[in-house]
Design a protein around this ligand. Structure first.
Ligand SMILES: [Zn+2]
Length: 151
């Protein structure tokens, strides 16, 4: 039985208690009917509070389902990528599918990746020491020593 149906049944019981009170059968019956009516009013109040709590839990459950779905989506995305080292001490995240070539055209910022955010590293410049990249999200800098400018 749902809350609305239960509240309707309780309301009927309350109406019946009011009916008994109104009939003035005798003092003892009237006193018991008043006690019954008070109990029913307390029951109605409790049910209404429970209805509010159920609504709040339902809303929270929906929020948690969305968070779980997002976490599962990220896990699947994370499983399709890996952290690679493009040079000594230089790490980026790249799709596994093309990771056999470390010169992949898409490198993601490892710092942002840990925060579940995909930020593509952007090439800034190249000199004789290597190639510089930056993350437009967290402004991390990556210097690839293995890719210097040609003389
Ligand atoms: Zn970043």
């Amino acid at each position: 039985m749902d809350i609305a149906t239960t509240l309707a049944a309780v309301s009927s019981a309350k109406d019946f208690a009011s009916f008994i009170i109104g009939r003035k059968i005798d003092t003892a019956v009237t006193e018991r009917a008043i006690e019954l009516q008070n109990s029913i009013i307390a029951l109605q109040s409790g049910l209404l509070e429970m209805q509010v709590q159920i609504q709040a839990m339902s809303t929270r459950n929906r929020e948690l389902e969305l968070l779980l779905s997002a976490a599962e989506d990220w896990k699947a995305e994370d499983d399709r990528h890996q952290l690679i080292s493009v040079a000594k001490g230089v790490h980026v995240v790249t799709p596994k599918a093309i990771a056999t070539d470390p010169r992949t055209p898409v490198w993601y910022c490892a710092n942002c990746w840990q925060k579940h955010f995909k930020s593509v590293l952007q090439r800034r410049h190249q000199d004789y020491g290597g190639t510089s990249y930056y993350c437009p999200n967290c402004e991390a800098k990556v210097y690839d020593h293995s890719d210097p400018a040609e003389v």
